[in-house]
Design a protein around this ligand. Structure first.
Ligand code: SF4
Length: 243
């Protein structure tokens, strides 16, 4: 009682009490923001085409604000294999198609080496809008990839689940850690469990391998070649799996 009146914080108590209801409202809002997912934007009749149309309106997370457009999956609805990446990159964002930039070119080569036709597989991403940070350097403005956070992956998940439910693939290949952790759980480590078949809710055989972008970023040439070969080997393993 003796010290309270001398404490500077005491002067704030009245104001804090007055603001309390507003603060509680804002905390509830933020919590609800986390709970919002793309479910809110699902079409009534779910087909690849209606999903592709509906996703244009998705605002379930903030990534739609700066990206050019959502990039939905591409490929036949009866594809045996679905490839799942992390998110569209710079070129994908501009063209509105998955895996068409440098990482896509590397994926195309790997698919070819594995004897898989790109137009026979369905290619998609865990997150459908490009997340980036703009940097100005000697070569002008560049948009640098940023890893999507748990909130964005969670918000976007209904699109991927709808794609997998429609296609019902015999095999899912997760390209990179974000896709693998989204399907196998947060503890999944690609460096330890790459190339192993695991049953998931969507498919009897799900396998994780390197993301082509991770291979492109690898500075060590020998390691890069090794990762590229492992990507091809994993694709061959997936393709050769019994039907
Ligand atoms: Fe919707 Fe996914 Fe885009 Fe977020 S990233 S706005 S959830 S489509």
């Amino acid at each position: 009682m003796r010290h309270w009146p001398t404490l500077p914080e005491t002067a704030m108590i009245d104001d804090l009490l007055k603001q309390a209801p507003e603060r509680v409202e804002s905390m509830i809002d933020q919590h609800e923001g986390f709970a919002e997912t793309a479910m809110h934007y699902m079409p009534e009749h779910v087909e690849l085409e209606t999903l592709r149309e509906a996703i244009q309106c998705c605002q379930a997370c903030d990534l739609h604000r700066h990206a050019t457009q959502p990039v939905f999956g591409e490929g036949p609805v009866d594809a045996r294999i679905v490839l799942v990446g992390e998110q569209p990159g710079d070129q994908e964002d501009r063209q509105g198609r998955p895996f068409v930039g440098p990482a896509g070119k590397l994926l195309d080569q790997a698919l070819q080496r594995a004897g898989i036709r790109r137009d026979a597989v369905y290619v998609t991403n865990v997150v459908k809008h490009f997340k980036f940070v703009e940097k100005t350097g000697v070569r002008g403005k560049r948009r640098l990839h940023q890893k999507p956070n748990a909130r964005e992956v969670y918000a976007c998940r209904p699109w991927l689940e709808a794609e997998l439910a429609l296609i019902q693939p015999q095999l899912i290949v997760c390209l990179g850690a974000t896709a693998a952790q989204s399907l196998f759980g947060r503890d999944f480590q690609i460096s330890k469990r790459r190339g192993q078949f695991v049953a998931t809710d969507w498919c009897e055989r799900t396998i994780a391998t390197w993301h082509p972008a991770a291979i492109l970023r690898m500075p060590d040439r020998a390691k890069k070649a090794e990762m590229e070969q492992q990507l091809v080997d994993d694709l061959v393993r997936a393709n050769d799996a019994p039907h």
